[in-house]
Ligand binder design. Structure first.
Ligand SMILES: Nc1ncnc2c1ncn2[C@@H]1O[C@H](COP(=O)(O)OP(=O)(O)O)[C@@H](O)[C@H]1O
Ligand code: SF4
Ligand SMILES: [Mg+2]
Length: 335
């Protein structure tokens, strides 16, 4: 079997704060195969962005990784232990080389006082041996590919001269121009209107197919995941509670939290039905619940509530691809 492009194993990440150590990611494991789109979904604050930033070592200076945490990147038959890459020269393998990241707010990706073109050229020249003229040619070609009209003219403009949708496209162009093996897209369409959102998703899917790259697609919206991903990981308060193929997770959600997220989506066949959000508030990461991390909001624990409050559920595996951290799923296994 070929090794996955990236393998995250028991990733635990805490932040030092004035109130104490905050656990933002807790024993998270997942793989992304070459050419695969993995969707990472969960409410705001569940730890999606900090998990993604770990893959590029981009977390803030107050972050601390637990000793057992491992992120292995496999490129050209070589294993790179990402969390042990300490020197900037080593980190170049990942930042803008093997992995690129696009963000929800494209303004954050562009320096305001440098033209879009110059930024694209600089990035290409850092990560390759190409000349300025070659980098310019590739940048304009990428702007064309993402559907920016009059790309040669746009090349010389600043981010503020682009509309929101154009900026998002330019960011995709810049992220893909270095031909990364993994594209991390952190809520890339959240700030866009629905039509442009659909266009950006289509564009990313086309480019991924063409370049055979993998994507980690982050969103709080399971509806967007259904359109984009091959597999899904559902995150709650720093833990992955369910992983499976899109079909498994959307058609047969096995974790009560996943079912809650699905119930909170508008129903296409009954747009007038009221939306039911997952009840209750997300607990503070400073005060993480004992036992099952979701027990304070779970409406399904019923007569095993005491077990849920005290015992941490172990991943149950229906089959190799569908994993669920819930005592109910385990009971189902044994039945
Ligand atoms: N530098 C930091 N210092 C302290 N806490 C942080 C820091 N960065 C992120 N966090 C905390 O980590 C948790 C996860 O954040 P994040 O990954 O941004 O969530 P999501 O992307 O799922 O909305 C949040 O509770 C957030 O406040
Ligand atoms: S382990 Fe218990 S509290 Fe946790 S999701 Fe399952 S039923 Fe709900
Ligand atoms: Mg986020």
């Amino acid at each position: 079997m070929t090794a996955p492009l990236i393998s995250v194993k028991d990733l635990t990440l805490r932040f030092k704060t004035d109130e104490g150590l905050v656990t933002a990611v807790n024993t998270v494991s997942f793989d992304i195969a070459s050419g695969e789109v993995l969707g990472l979904v969960g409410e705001s604050g569940s730890g999606k962005s900090v998990t993604a930033k770990s893959l590029m070592m981009l977390n803030a200076d107050n972050s601390v990784y637990d000793e057992g945490s491992k992120i292995i990147l496999n490129i050209d038959d070589r294993e790179h232990d990402v969390l042990s890459l300490k020197r900037p020269a080593e980190q170049m393998i990942i930042r803008g080389g093997a992995i690129s990241m696009i963000f929800q707010e494209p303004m954050a990706s562009f320096a305001p006082a440098i033209t879009i073109g110059d930024q694209m050229v600089e990035q290409l020249m850092i990560h390759s041996t190409m000349t300025r003229a070659e980098a310019r040619e590739i940048s304009i070609e990428m702007l064309t590919r993402v559907g920016i009209p009059e790309p040669a003219q746009r090349f010389g403009q600043y981010a503020f001269e682009f509309s929101g949708g154009m900026r998002q496209r330019a960011m995709v162009a810049m992220a893909l121009s270095t031909k990364p093996r993994l594209l991390i897209a952190d809520e890339p369409t959240t700030a866009l209107d629905v039509t442009i959102q659909a266009q950006v998703i289509e564009l990313m899917k086309d480019l991924v197919k063409e370049f055979h790259m993998s994507i980690l697609f982050i969103t709080h919206d399971l509806g967007v995941i259904a359109q984009t991903a091959d597999r899904v990981a559902v995150m709650y308060l720093g833990n992955i509670v369910e992983t499976g193929t899109v079909r498994q997770v959307i058609n047969s959600p096995a974790h009560p939290y996943t079912r809650g997220l699905l119930n909170s989506l508008p129903k296409l066949d009954d747009l007038d039905s009221p939306l039911t959000p997952v009840p209750g508030d997300i607990p503070s990461p400073l005060d993480r619940p004992s036992g099952c991390i979701f027990h304070t909001r779970c409406v399904e624990s019923g007569d095993i509530a005491e077990k849920c409050r005290t015992e941490i559920p172990v991943d149950s595996i229906d089959n190799a691809s569908h994993q669920v951290a819930c005592h109910l799923a385990r009971q189902g296994d044994q039945a």
